[in-house]
Design a protein around this ligand. Structure first.
Ligand code: NAD
Length: 260
């Protein structure tokens, strides 16, 4: 659909050695972008993943280690990338517990990785985009950036914060050829979601299928997971010229969740 119109642009995708981040990086590479993959590990397989992605799509692809819980690492990621036409703030973690029992270290880590990292990377990337005269910031928020669920206090607070940061970034760049939007996925079957299934099966004494349909997808009217390719395709659309006047908003990819 979009061919290779992003040829030569450089996209930095945080938290992209698995799940949605990898799906987004893959679709951006398919559209012709050079891509920078990232996570906090520095394993041979991380670098091999980037090499394979670059080879498959005929683009330059690199892996840069940076821990998104640390502000200096977030800023160093953008600096080491050398260019940053497209920034996708995707890194995220989850923890589920009632507020009185919510471990403080988990609260701090979720706010740091899911929200504060996007502030640091955006602060470092905007001057680079301004110099290049073009830019796109895509924040991967969540249906939990627009609505809430019990026991996910830190995650819901962080994702609502990401939606707020998205609006401010858009207003501060409104007169420039730079846009900033948030994608709000419903449930996407990735390692982050997969990890929640065994505990939920035990807790509710349910089969995997029952957990998927009656717990995870209970608020997703389509009763289907969104896919990483769909989140990637939505990102590519937001980077297209057709989306030049779309800024400061959210796009839900949630099978109808937020229509309820
Ligand atoms: P995932 O666990 O598969 O991927 C998370 C990525 O973040 C991984 O690459 C991981 O290595 C990276 N990461 C974690 N901590 C990091 C750190 N300190 N520094 C750098 N990278 C770090 O999860 P996912 O489901 O692909 O989630 C990706 C994003 O999408 C998250 O922001 C998540 O909140 C959001 N999201 C996911 C869903 C879903 O249903 N899967 C729904 C809505 C939003």
């Amino acid at each position: 659909m979009f061919d290779t119109f992003l040829k030569g642009k450089t996209a930095v995708v945080t938290g992209s050695n698995s799940g949605i981040g990898l799906g987004v990086a893959t679709e951006l590479a398919r559209a012709g972008c050079n891509v920078v993959l990232n996570s906090f590990t520095d394993r041979d397989e991380d670098h091999a993943l980037a090499a394979a992605l670059g080879k498959e799509h005929g683009v330059s692809a690199r892996y840069i280690r940076a821990d998104m819980s640390k502000g200096e690492d977030c800023r160093a990621l953008i600096e080491q990338a050398g260019a940053c036409d497209i920034l996708v703030n995707n890194a995220g973690i989850q923890h589920v517990a009632p507020i009185p029992d919510f471990p403080v270290d988990k609260w701090d880590a979720i706010i740091a990785i899911n929200l504060t990292s996007a502030f640091h990377t955006t602060a470092a990337a905007l001057p680079v985009m301004r110099k290049a005269g073009w830019g796109r910031v895509v924040n991967i928020a969540s249906a939990h950036g627009l609505t809430a669920s019990p026991f996910k206090s830190a995650y819901v607070a962080a994702k609502h914060g990401v939606v707020g940061l998205t609006k401010v970034t858009a207003l501060e760049t409104a007169e420039e050829p730079i846009t900033c939007n948030a994608i709000c996925p419903g449930y996407v079957l990735t390692p982050l979601v997969e990890a929640q299934i065994p505990d939920t099966m035990k807790e509710y004494k349910m089969t995997r299928e029952e957990v998927v349909r009656n717990v995870l997808l209970t608020r997703q009217p389509s009763k289907q997971f969104a896919t990483v390719e769909e989140i990637g395709g939505t990102t590519v659309f937001l980077c297209s010229n057709a989306a030049a006047q779309i800024t400061g908003t959210t796009i839900s990819v949630d099978g109808g969740w937020t229509a309820l």
